[in-house]
Design a protein around this ligand. Structure first.
Ligand SMILES: [Zn+2]
Length: 303
């Protein structure tokens, strides 16, 4: 477990045996313990071991704060709650029904991951409705004895929220502020099905309005700065969306377009970072899926 600031830490979930792909934030205070995005259940042994290093048992956790319900963020929630039914799970209204009954969510994920579902994510168990606290954005919630402001931050996902701990100045922004490994290129994660550039820009403004001192990214941990990071995110979102838009007019199949996009993105990333640093990016955000999400966005607009 690595320390962010007093009472705030994070654990590298070593997703697929790779470091710096998925991180869970841990709020641990006199008031209790809360986790922001517990990750997929395939990483539960690593999460549990990470907590135990600090003398924290999963039974000590009181709240799970979900930024959104994608499997890399929320997959383990149901399994954790089944073992510890006292735990409260915070989730946006548009995601809540899918946590209680994940059939549609899993069908949608299976379209992307096929036979790799189990290997990547492990089990996804439902969260009983009684354990869910449904958010709209704009509320203030209590977790681990602290207050967190909640903002609705769609763009990456239609049901994405971010959490702000005013006492530390840390904003937990899930995937809204992109993927950034060790100060590398800020990559906007744009998988299907919800990508929306306009609402994403509005979400970044909402995060900036908090004037956070620190951004905590699920992929990966502390961003090196706030405003330059968010500017880079929006610039790069514009760029990758532009590449995908151009690609739609090119010859070939979607698979070929996605492969060319992935190659172009890899070339761009290579300009800015080492090969070792780069390797965490496609694990956190598979490049062909980024093309799929943006292609869907453009085609929906054209239609
Ligand atoms: Zn993610």
């Amino acid at each position: 477990m690595s320390t962010l600031t007093h009472g705030l830490s994070w654990i590298d979930l070593q997703f697929q045996g790779r470091s710096r792909a998925i991180a869970t934030a841990v709020v641990h205070d006199a008031g209790g313990v809360a986790l922001v995005d517990p990750g997929p259940s395939s990483c539960l042994p690593v999460l549990t071991a990470g907590l135990e290093q600090r003398g924290i048992r999963m039974a000590d956790v009181r709240e799970l704060l979900l930024t959104h319900i994608h499997l890399d963020h929320a997959g383990a929630a149901g399994t954790i709650v089944r073992a510890h039914p006292h735990i409260r799970v915070f989730v946006h209204a548009k995601g809540a029904a899918h946590m209680a009954d994940p059939a549609k969510l899993l069908a949608s994920a299976t379209r992307l991951y096929g036979d790799d579902m189990d290997r990547l994510w492990g089990r996804f168990e439902p969260v009983p409705s009684a354990n869910l606290t449904v958010l709209e954005g704009g509320e203030r919630i209590e977790a681990a004895g602290r207050s967190f402001d909640v903002a609705y931050t769609p763009g990456h996902a239609s049901h994405h929220v971010s959490y702000f701990d005013r006492s530390s100045g840390v904003a937990f922004v899930g995937d809204t502020a992109g993927v950034c490994v060790d100060g590398g290129w800020v990559l906007p994660p744009t998988p299907p099905p919800d990508i929306d550039l306009d609402v994403w820009r509005g979400s970044v403004e909402r995060i900036e309005a908090w004037s956070p001192q620190t951004l905590f990214l699920t992929h990966f941990a502390q961003a090196p700065s706030v405003r330059p990071h968010l500017r880079a995110l929006l610039d790069n979102l514009e760029r990758t969306a532009g590449w995908v838009r151009e690609s739609l007019a090119e010859e070939g199949t979607d698979d070929e377009r996605a492969a060319r996009f992935a190659a172009r993105l890899r070339r761009e990333l290579r300009l800015h970072m080492s090969e070792a640093q780069l390797e965490s990016y496609p694990v956190a955000a598979p490049f062909e899926q980024l093309w799929l999400g943006l292609a869907r966005y453009w085609r929906k607009r054209a239609g």
